[in-house]
Design a protein around this ligand. Structure first.
Ligand SMILES: C[S@@+](CC[C@H](N)C(=O)[O-])C[C@H]1O[C@@H](n2cnc3c(N)ncnc32)[C@H](O)[C@@H]1O
Length: 234
């Protein structure tokens, strides 16, 4: 199956007066994608996330009361899954359509999901001066980035803040597409780049591999991916 583009071209244009400070052209791309399909990436959680969270059960015993932050959570398949396991979940994404669907999905599943519209190009884990976000300034037991493929500057800035944002035993779980030669390859990094970006987090497991994706309409078939699970050093 062909792989529709994951990223809109960035065409900055003035925000309408009173609009939220989101990058509206990029958010609009995602809104249109989410409005046009029942589930762009399916309702099941990402299977690398599921596998690594299963492994965390051995360390943590249970997840009740643990705080999870899902970056770019889209339609909420991963956030809702973590909430079903007992995590208190905050999801961030800049697509209002995604938020609407995620909150409906959470309601259907009978779980609470805190979902804040946020342009992650502007998000700073460690600042509490700019955004009246419930989550800001608290520490997270788990931060998740599943197929969130920001620009290099955004990724470097955000991931440099992970160590401070995580609680003492906090973990970070990521899967991204990995492209070595596309013009957009900086958005789809390999393991060495990501390990550098998340310093001083300690790698629990990580690999670059080709694997079969079966996630909704947009993630089907064989893809090169990078998977990474890291933790804060004790
Ligand atoms: C490929 S989808 C993955 C969604 C979800 N993590 C999943 O696995 O189902 C990428 C998501 O990133 C979000 N996104 C992209 N750039 C963003 C930004 N700058 N701020 C907030 N969300 C962003 C999009 O709205 C979209 O929901």
């Amino acid at each position: 199956m062909s792989n529709p583009s994951e990223h809109p071209t960035h065409h900055p244009h003035p925000q309408p007066q009173g609009a939220p400070p989101l990058n509206s052209s990029q958010a609009q791309f995602w809104d249109e994608r989410y409005a046009s399909l029942p589930w762009a990436y399916g309702q099941e959680p990402n299977d690398f996330l599921r596998q690594e969270v299963d492994a965390l059960r051995t360390t943590w015993g249970h997840f009740k009361g643990r705080r999870a932050l899902c970056l770019a959570d889209g339609e909420g398949r991963n956030g809702v899954y973590l909430a079903q396991l007992g995590f208190e979940v905050t999801s961030l994404d800049f697509s209002a359509q995604a938020r609407k669907k995620a909150l409906q999905w959470a309601q259907t599943c009978g779980v609470a999901l805190q979902y804040t519209l946020m342009d992650l190009n502007d998000y700073d884990f460690n600042s509490n001066d700019s955004l009246a976000l419930e989550a800001v300034g608290k520490s997270w037991d788990l931060i998740v980035a599943i197929f969130f493929q920001p620009s290099k500057p955004t990724r470097e800035r955000l991931y440099a803040g992970l160590n401070q944002a995580l609680s003492a035993q906090g973990h970070f779980i990521l899967e991204t597409k990995h492209e070595r030669s596309s013009p957009e390859s900086e958005r789809y990094p390999g393991l060495a780049t990501l390990v550098r970006d998340i310093e001083p987090l300690l790698l629990v497991t990580g690999q670059e591999c080709a694997r079969e994706l079966n996630e909704g309409t947009y993630h089907q078939g064989m893809h090169e991916v990078t998977q990474l699970h890291a933790k804060k050093m004790a």
